[in-house]
Design a binder for this molecule. Structure first.
Ligand SMILES: [Zn+2]
Length: 397
């Protein structure tokens, strides 16, 4: 991130930079590859980027032009006769370049690019939109039905770039490398039985967002799964030498699969062996308004006779019901000891604004328990238990 001092220095450097070669350019101008559409009935195109510049042409409402560069509030555009000139940016709007498709049942359209901005519209599964601008995970868009505003990019999938048209401007942005719009989205209504396999993925760094069709017992619920530790943070090491970070990831993946099959939107804080700061894990839950956040861990203690499962809460009124319902069900499916739920001041819970819990899935320091928890079968049982616990939890909401 730039400091204020650096920004100032850069500004000074910009202003003193040698003028670019071109028409009447006296200061630095920004080059672009964007296209703009005229929004005024008539718009003068001038020789220089100021109101006193000589008029060299007129453009009309709805016409699209390529922007060569921008300066202050002026865009230098290429006219149809290949001449170039400056037009006031106030009467030019970005021409849509990137198409995308809505991938949730309901998507709020907001006035601004943040979750607290007023909802001004709604879009539905499969709606086609055009992205006009992007900002911190939000897209300013217009839908094919004319709805305009900002939507969270988590819930949309960008179309693949069109080969011939957008060579200079790939449609996929830096933050989103979505698979192209699901070709089989129409199946959603015609064959509900295909539910489990219809998922779309948007990968942001190591996080993953998968959206099922929202059909099924957990339809419409957003669950954040947090495999504990990762990367340089290996967590505990089991008697057999397995790192906790490996077991938590495998467990979370098994749970993810189960929850997707049951219709939930699942967000993983990591999908590979990467270090993710604890605060970031909680933030992911907050940003997405998770209905539940579950962090997976395995325990270790000097005394190798200790065993059993514990589920932690931070804010009892908010978290304990989630913690105890999941714990009870996981104890049933895994047949391990129930040590009960407990308060713990843990970062992923403390910094969470959503119902959240951290489950310790047995002791890697106990020979008997370690043998059990390192098996694939165990992870399947955990997945079943977490699912049943969530069902029980949501049945009360
Ligand atoms: Zn741990």
């Amino acid at each position: 991130m730039l400091t204020a001092k650096m920004k100032k220095l850069l500004t000074v450097l910009s202003v003193t930079a040698i003028p670019l070669v071109g028409m009447n350019q006296t200061a630095l101008a920004k080059t672009t590859t964007e296209k703009v559409t005229v929004t005024a009935s008539y718009l003068n195109v001038r020789e220089s980027p100021d109101i006193s510049g000589k008029v060299k042409g007129i453009v009309h409402k709805g016409e699209s032009y390529k922007v060569i560069q921008k300066k202050n509030n002026w865009d230098q555009i290429k006219l149809k006769n290949n001449q170039i000139g400056w037009a006031s940016h106030a009467y030019l709007a970005p021409t849509n370049h990137i198409g995308a498709t809505v991938k949730v049942d309901f998507l709020n359209v907001r006035q601004g690019p943040n979750i607290s901005s007023p909802v001004i519209g709604k879009l539905y599964w499969g709606a086609k939109i055009k992205i006009q601008a992007e900002q911190a995970g939000w897209a300013k868009m217009v839908s094919s039905t004319g709805v305009t505003g900002w939507v969270s990019e988590i819930y949309i999938t960008k179309d693949a770039p069109e080969k011939d048209k957008h060579q200079t401007q790939p449609a996929a942005s830096k933050t989103t490398t979505g698979k192209k719009a699901a070709p089989n989205q129409d199946k959603k209504n015609s064959s509900p039985s295909t539910k489990p396999s219809q998922t779309s993925t948007v990968q942001m760094k190591t996080e993953s967002f998968k959206t099922a069709t929202n059909q099924g017992p957990l339809g419409g619920k957003t669950i954040v799964l947090d495999p504990g530790h990762g990367g340089v943070d290996i967590g505990a090491t089991s008697i057999t030498g397995t790192h906790e970070k490996t077991l938590t990831l495998e467990t979370a993946k098994a749970v993810e699969k189960k929850l997707l099959d049951e219709g939930a939107n699942v967000i993983m804080t990591r999908t590979n062996d990467t270090y993710i700061p604890l605060e970031e894990r909680a933030r992911l839950s907050n940003r997405n308004g998770a209905d539940a956040f579950i962090s997976f861990h395995y325990n270790w203690i000097q005394d190798s006779s200790v065993s059993g499962l514990t589920d932690f809460y931070f804010q009892k009124s908010r978290d304990n019901e989630l913690a105890s319902k999941i714990l009870n069900e996981v104890v049933k499916t895994t047949k391990l000891n129930n040590v009960g739920t407990r308060y713990n001041n843990l970062s992923v819970l403390r910094n969470n604004s959503q119902p959240s819990t951290l489950i310790e899935l047995g002791f890697l320091s106990n020979k008997k328990e370690d043998d059990i928890v390192e098996s694939d079968n165990f992870r399947e049982n955990v997945a079943e238990g977490v699912y049943s616990g969530l069902l029980d939890y949501f049945s009360n909401k």
